[in-house]
Each structure stands twice: as structure tokens, then as C-alpha cells.
Design a protein around this ligand. Structure first.
Ligand SMILES: Cc1cc2nc3c(=O)[nH]c(=O)nc-3n(C[C@H](O)[C@H](O)[C@H](O)COP(=O)(O)OP(=O)(O)OC[C@H]3O[C@@H](n4cnc5c(N)ncnc54)[C@H](O)[C@@H]3O)c2cc1C
Length: 440
């Protein structure tokens, strides 16, 4: 297909962040012909951890070991939260099927299906999450078991300090030591970037030099933690090689954005979805949507850097997973907050004076972070009288109202679960078989 041709599909997914990816995964699994367009979203900044539900109520910062109990409490207290439109079984099914797909795409995850796991952040704090990239799992286990561990950082890699992480973690993980080492074949004065480092470790000779640098610092450590730089496409193989050379387990710690975990997810899942037949318009924006007389939508897909008129896609239905302000699904200006493609009604504070609390760190959060699209039970954006604006337009992810995923620690969970709800809504509207039973 050349870029200027037109095409048709059953479902168009707007957005290639976590919610858009999950929607494309579920639609494809159910045999729906799917096209997807978007520019890299928050996924490039993501740590790789998939949070389901970690903190509720936000005001008292209560953290939960059991995410399912947390969701039950949340839904009781905040019945407008998007999770309230899904059953526990829906959310479990959504996660199970999404993790299976990540595995098939070459991104294995580990979890306890009924518990949150405590994991290490790039600055050494600990947070609850639900699913953990396999490359980071040994760190969570080491933290729980207080295994003697060596943390490594590199001359020239900014924003990742083994000493800072160790000092922050030491009250709960006493057996930590640190070392700063040179990165193979790079002089000490050069700035290092995680993507370059990851690609360079695809070369076996560089891995041998790295292991040789680390070995003298081991001094009894049974585990080695490093920034997430251990390969781009062959992470498992590269880790196994380094573990073999060191004779102990190794784990990755997420770095500050942009992160390898996010890049890996984006590249692997996009390649997988394309192989599965999803028409992917990567790094493209929808610049216009028009509703046809027969109810279908015609979307104009454009390359932000090109001057041609774009590709025309006609779809029976749309899932809008365009994110919030970072993704550009919402835009805030002096008049208020608006949805950028359809001009849908946006649930928002009365006026700008109510957007933010005076105290930036107010535990109640800022009202602007709960702005977004209100939906009905089928995940269709609704108007002020709670009626769907269009019967074949659905929404998923952070663009939805009445949630503050950053503070509640439910970013990926919200994206995955609501994508499930939106695909189910689409299937109902199109009178396709029920989503929920395990179908291909
Ligand atoms: C720094 C950072 C760290 C994070 N860490 C975690 C974490 O540790 N755990 C966790 O669970 N989650 C984390 N997340 C959150 C998670 O990765 C998702 O960003 C979040 O769940 C929202 O996803 P989304 O798909 O709804 O929106 P976004 O990621 O914002 O994606 C929106 C998409 O819509 C596209 N779009 C918008 N308008 C158009 C248009 N007109 N045409 C085409 N495409 C359009 C954008 O290009 C983008 O692809 C993190 C996010 C960030 C930013």
C-alpha cells in the first residue's frame, strides 16, 4: 500500500500509546480488520512496569499489596472511575491476554496474578506494580529477599546513579554495594545514551569487556543490578550471556525517560501487530475525521513532515486512544480543555482557577488530572446527558475522565482494561460475538 492510497477497515484505532496498542491487540485477536495510527506516545517514557492499581485513596497514599482488593475499594469510593465499568474478570482477562501477546511478541513479563510486586524506580524508591519485565524480575526478588547485590552505573551515563539508588534503598535492602565503571570501547569523557549502549551490547566482544569490568567488583555479591541497557532486540540472550560470564543473576533497573523498556515495547509490539495483519500508520497523525451518511467514519492520515494530502481510511468504528495533554488527545488553553479531533464534550473543572491546587504536592492531586471524556457502559464518549455522541465511537486510556493514573499508580492497567472495554463495546455495536470468552 502506498501512502497516498485510500483503504477501508472495520476498526480504526487512533493512538499508538499503551491504550492504542492494547486495543489493536484485542481487536486483532478477535479477527477484526484493524488499522492503527499515531505518533510515539507516553510509551517511550514508560518504565516497562505495568501498574494495575497501587494507591487508593490518594489523599492518604494508601498502597496495596492486593490490586484486586484495591480496585474493589476504588470502585466503591469512586463509581465514576473507568474501572467501575468493568468486572474483575474483564480486567483479569484483559491482562492475561495482553501479557500472552507481549510474550508472543518477544517481551516476556513476570507477575504474581493476585499480588502487586515491589519494584525499584530509577531513583531508588520502591513502588508497587503488577507485571514486571522479565529482565527486571530478579531485582524485585532480590529486594524482597535482601540478596547481597552489586549495583553498577557508568561513567558518562547521566540520570542514573548507583550510589543514589543504594543510599535510598539501603534501609530496606542493606546488602548493597556500588561501582561506577567505564562502558566498553567508550572514553570516560563521552556522554552515553541508553539506546546506543543497548545496541552496542548486541556485539559479543563488548559484553565480554563489560563482564571483565564488573567481575572485580563482585566481592561476594550474588546479584548484579544495572541500568536498562542490556540489548534492544535480544535482551534475554544478552542477559543470559552476561550472567554466564559473571556466574550470578543480573537484572535491569528502569532509567529516566526515554527508556529502553518503552522503546523495546514499541518496536516489538509494532512488528508483531504488523505481522498479524494490523495496518499500522506509524508516526502519522489523523488530521481530520468526517462522519459519512452511512454512519462510517472517513479519517485523513497525514505524515507530520510531508506535504501531500494524506491517506484516506474509511472505518466502521473508531477507538479513540489519543492520550491526554502529552499524547495531544486533549488540549488546554485559556478558554478551557477541549478534545482535539471530534470536539467531544470534556469533563473538566469549572474554570482555570480550579485546575491546580496551590500546593503542587497536594495529596488530593490536581483537578485537571481528572479531566477527560465521560463514557457510557460501552466505552462510548457521552454528552452531558450521558448519551453516546456516536454509536460507533469508543474511547480508552488516559483520555478518559475521573482517573488520575499517575497518582493512583494504574497507568498501564487503565490503558489495557479500558481498551478491552472499548473493543467489547465495538463488537457489541457491530453485533460481533462477545469479547470475554477466549477466542483467537
Ligand atoms: C514518564 C512516564 C512514565 C510512565 N511509567 C509508567 C509505569 O511505571 N507504569 C505504568 O503502568 N504506566 C506508566 N506510564 C503510563 C503509560 O505508559 C501510558 O502512558 C499511559 O497509560 C497512557 O497511555 P495512553 O495510550 O492512554 O496515552 P499516550 O501514551 O499519551 O498515547 C496517546 C497516543 O495517541 C496519539 N495521538 C494523539 N492524537 C492523535 C491524532 N490526532 N492522530 C493520531 N494519533 C494521535 C499519540 O501520538 C499517542 O500515540 C508512564 C508514562 C509516562 C509518560
Amino acid at each position: 500500500m502506498t501512502y497516498t492510497e485510500s483503504s477501508t477497515c472495520e476498526l480504526a484505532v487512533i493512538g499508538t500509546g499503551m491504550a492504542g496498542i492494547a486495543a489493536a491487540v484485542f481487536a486483532n485477536q478477535h479477527g477484526i480488520s484493524t488499522a492503527q495510527a499515531g505518533v510515539s506516545g507516553g510509551i517511550l517514557y514508560a518504565s516497562g512496569y505495568l501498574d494495575l492499581m497501587g494507591v487508593h485513596p490518594m489523599t492518604v497514599k494508601k498502597t496495596w499489596d492486593d490490586p484486586w482488593q484495591a480496585i474493589a475499594a476504588l470502585v466503591k469510593d469512586l463509581p465514576d472511575h473507568p474501572y467501575a465499568r468493568l468486572s474483575t474478570d474483564d480486567i483479569r482477562n484483559a491482562f492475561d491476554q495482553f501479557l500472552e501477546t507481549l510474550d508472543a511478541a518477544g517481551l516476556p513479563y513476570r507477575r504474581d496474578p493476585d499480588r502487586n510486586t515491589r519494584v525499584i524506580t530509577p531513583v531508588g524508591t520502591v513502588k508497587p506494580t503488577y507485571a514486571v519485565p522479565a529482565s527486571m524480575w530478579a531485582g524485585a526478588a532480590g529486594l524482597a529477599e535482601k540478596t547481597p547485590c552489586l549495583l553498577i552505573d557508568f561513567w558518562g551515563l547521566k540520570g542514573f546513579s548507583a550510589i543514589q539508588i543504594a543510599e535510598t534503598l539501603r534501609p530496606r535492602w542493606p546488602n548493597l554495594t556500588c561501582a561506577r565503571i567505564p562502558f566498553p570501547s567508550v572514553t570516560l569523557t563521552v556522554d552515553l545514551f541508553t539506546e546506543q549502549m543497548a545496541r552496542s551490547l548486541e556485539v559479543p566482544a563488548n559484553r565480554k569487556t563489560l563482564a571483565d569490568e564488573i567481575r572485580p567488583h563482585l566481592k561476594g555479591a550474588a546479584l548484579v543490578g544495572m541500568p536498562a541497557i542490556l540489548g534492544m532486540h535480544r535482551n534475554a540472550e544478552i542477559m543470559a550471556d552476561i550472567e554466564n560470564q559473571l556466574g550470578c543473576n543480573v537484572f535491569e533497573i528502569p532509567t529516566m525517560p526515554p527508556s529502553m523498556a518503552g522503546l523495546r515495547m514499541k518496536e516489538k509490539i509494532e512488528a508483531y501487530l504488523t505481522r498479524q495483519g494490523v495496518s499500522l500508520f506509524s508516526q502519522k497523525r489523523i488530521t481530520r475525521v468526517q462522519r459519512e451518511a452511512d454512519g462510517r467514519f472517513t479519517l485523513t492520515i497525514s505524515d507530520p513532515s510531508a506535504k501531500d494530502s494524506g491517506h484516506t481510511l474509511t472505518a466502521d468504528g473508531i477507538i479513540l486512544a489519543a492520550g491526554r495533554f502529552l499524547g495531544m488527545g486533549l488540549h488546554a488553553d485559556r478558554k478551557g480543555i477541549r478534545e482535539t479531533l471530534f470536539d467531544l464534550p470534556v469533563h473538566q473543572p469549572r474554570n482555570r482557577a480550579h485546575w491546580h491546587q496551590e500546593d503542587f504536592f497536594d495529596p488530593a492531586g490536581h483537578q485537571i488530572n481528572a479531566a477527560g471524556l465521560e463514557i457510557d457502559d460501552h466505552f462510548r464518549p457521552a454528552d452531558r446527558s450521558a448519551k453516546p455522541v456516536y454509536d460507533n465511537l469508543f474511547a480508552a486510556g488516559s483520555i478518559l475522565a475521573n482517573q488520575d493514573w499517575i497518582r493512583m499508580k494504574c497507568g498501564a492497567g487503565l490503558a489495557i482494561a479500558t481498551a478491552w472495554g472499548a473493543v467489547r463495546g465495538f463488537m457489541k455495536a457491530m453485533k460481533k460475538s462477545e469479547l470475554g470468552e477466549r477466542q483467537p
